[in-house]
Design a protein around this ligand. Sequence first.
Ligand code: MN
Length: 285
Amino acid sequence: MKICRFDDNRLGLVQGESVLDVTAALDALPAYRYPLPRTDQLIENLDMLKPHILEAAKGAKAIPLAQVKLLSPVANPGKIVAAPVNYKAHLEESRNDVEINFNRKVIEIQTIGLFLKATSSIVGASEGVAVSMPERRNDHEIELVAIIGKPARNVSKEDALDYVAAYCIGLDMTIRGQEERSMRKSLDTFTVLGPWMVTPDEVGEPNSQQMVLTVNDEPRQNANTGDLIMTVRDLISWASSFYTLQPGDILMTGTPDGVNRVTPGDTISATIDKIGAMKVQVRAG
Ligand code: MN
């Protein structure tokens, strides 16, 4: 199942080149009042909602994908967990390029651990990326994203994929410089999620996904998640040994080599097998 959020917070079921408006399914969500749980209610209730989504899809009019504004498939994640330097070739390029490492030692993921990004940085594919510090180097990083579906604490590697509700494409936009990753990667619009989310039954093995990123049709990144240093299973298990992963939490699994700058006016195209493709415009911010 491919589920999107679009236009004015509509819920969509993606079929081929069309979106079926299934917003009526959200009526099945329980009523909430303050204080809200630190979870995403759509993801937390996704299994319960699936029959409602299919019911709402019956007779729903098909809207061409090209006509809708795609928002982040997850509206309210509690946290964004992200993996640094999780591909060997990207570790090497980071160590070899002073514009990436700023004369700091690039430490392996197993030693430096995972980092967190601000949830305020999240946008969908159609919302675009804003470059608010054009004097700095602003880089693209394509990443496979796993969306956590249920509370995960001290999960084994063997069981880890049972905790994934869906996958999507992520752009972990980054300013290069001396600051901590959590600051350099948390500017508004610097976490692009999309174009929609795809349930695990349609994705299969997350460790063999080809991913391609181009800028203005120029090849930049082209790699396979089979080259991840820490796999999706490893990352979920490891993260959950430090903190509880909650429904809706976003896990960005790291970017391969080929990272490079973008500037206002650029168009980023990002594709991951069995998930889809998205175009993201870069503008001055
Ligand atoms: Mn990254």
